[in-house]
Design a protein around this ligand. Structure first.
Ligand code: PSU
Ligand code: MN
Length: 309
């Protein structure tokens, strides 16, 4: 890691797990700084870590604090980051700026994948990845998340519930195909729509019945020399999933509001998520929390299985 050591600070616990080759699951922090309201965000962060620990795996929450890339944030660190008023969203292009300016930020899926890979953590759990945004005007959307680019370049397993239905899911899957990123459905071939299970129109490229199958598949992909990430999609748990129709209604309202207020660039995703929480009177938030915990559990099982694969 030579020069990188000066920039990335790894906690003792995560260092110990790395040293002894114990399974680790990386976690992102944009979901804390920009994805969920306070204090649900920090309560959830704790629950996710507890879930991972109860599976016998070490959690590694990643973020940027005072210009330092940190792996293995403590609860106090998470609290500080969640309440820091100018916390930014850190994707691949943003690390150098934040380091130069001693800034604070939550790492996106792309940012977290990169850091995880630099320190040697191959499994990462999140809620939903970014993707191709629906075009507000008719036609092609140039708002395509760097998460997709990162998936094409960085060999990390990303466990999620697909991409939020605020996005153009069909276009998102097409870009993943172009980028040659395998999309593994966990016990289903339906590409999930985050809060909703998905209407079945969009399919994953492969199905795995359990964590061991995922681990075997990932090993083969990387043994063959491919250097992309692997996306593992887990449908949201039954109890909290919303219906596709209900969700679509709220999304249309949120998109129209974003257009009226000329929301652009990095602000688009956080704005839409916040609108949906309000419109669904917290139901989307409930679903979000439930699937984040479920995904952390499955990611832990994959991390355990990858050790043996
Ligand atoms: N999806 C969610 N919640 C989130 C995000 C996505 O359900 O908080 C965050 C993730 O960190 C993701 C980022 O990497 O938004 C994508 O942002 P953008 O579309 O600007 O790339
Ligand atoms: Mn964007």
């Amino acid at each position: 890691m030579n020069n990188l050591k000066n920039y990335i600070l790894v906690s003792d616990q995560v260092n110990d797990a790395l040293l002894h080759r114990k399974p680790i699951v990386a976690l992102e922090t944009t979901v804390i700084t920009h994805g969920l309201p306070y204090p649900q965000n920090i309560q959830l962060a704790k629950k996710i870590e507890d879930t991972i620990i109860s599976e016998g795996v070490t959690p590694a929450t990643i973020g940027v604090l005072e210009g330092r890339i940190r792996v293995g944030l403590s609860q106090q660190d998470v609290q500080k980051l969640a309440t820091y008023p100018q916390a930014e969203k850190v994707s691949l292009r943003d690390f150098s700026k934040l380091i130069a300016q001693q800034g604070w930020g939550g790492t996106t899926v792309a940012g977290t994948m990169w850091v995880a890979h630099q320190v040697g953590i191959p499994v990462f759990s999140t809620g939903g990845i970014g993707g191709v945004h629906r075009s507000l005007a008719k036609g092609f959307s140039y708002d395509i998340s760097a998460d997709l680019f990162a998936l094409s370049q960085i060999p990390v397993v990303v466990v999620c519930s697909g991409a939020k239905s605020i996005l153009d899911l069909e276009a998102t899957l097409e870009v993943l195909e172009t980028y040659s990123v395998p999309v593994v459905g966990f016990r289903t071939n339906v590409f999930p729509a985050f809060y909703a299970k998905g209407n079945g129109g969009l399919k994953t490229s492969v199905v795995a019945q359990n964590a061991k199958e995922v681990a075997g598949f990932v090993k083969t992909h990387w043994d063959l020399g491919f250097r992309s990430g692997v996306l593992v999609t887990v449908p949201p748990p039954d109890e909290s999933a919303l219906s596709d129709e209900e969700m679509e209604k709220f999304i249309q309202i949120a998109l129209a509001e974003a257009e009226t207020r000329s929301i652009r660039g990095q602000a688009v995703t956080p704005f839409l998520l916040e609108q949906l929480t309000q419109l669904s009177q917290g139901k989307s938030l409930e679903a979000n929390l439930a699937l984040l915990i479920n995904n952390a559990k499955i990611a832990s099982q994959i991390a355990l299985a990858m050790d043996l694969a």
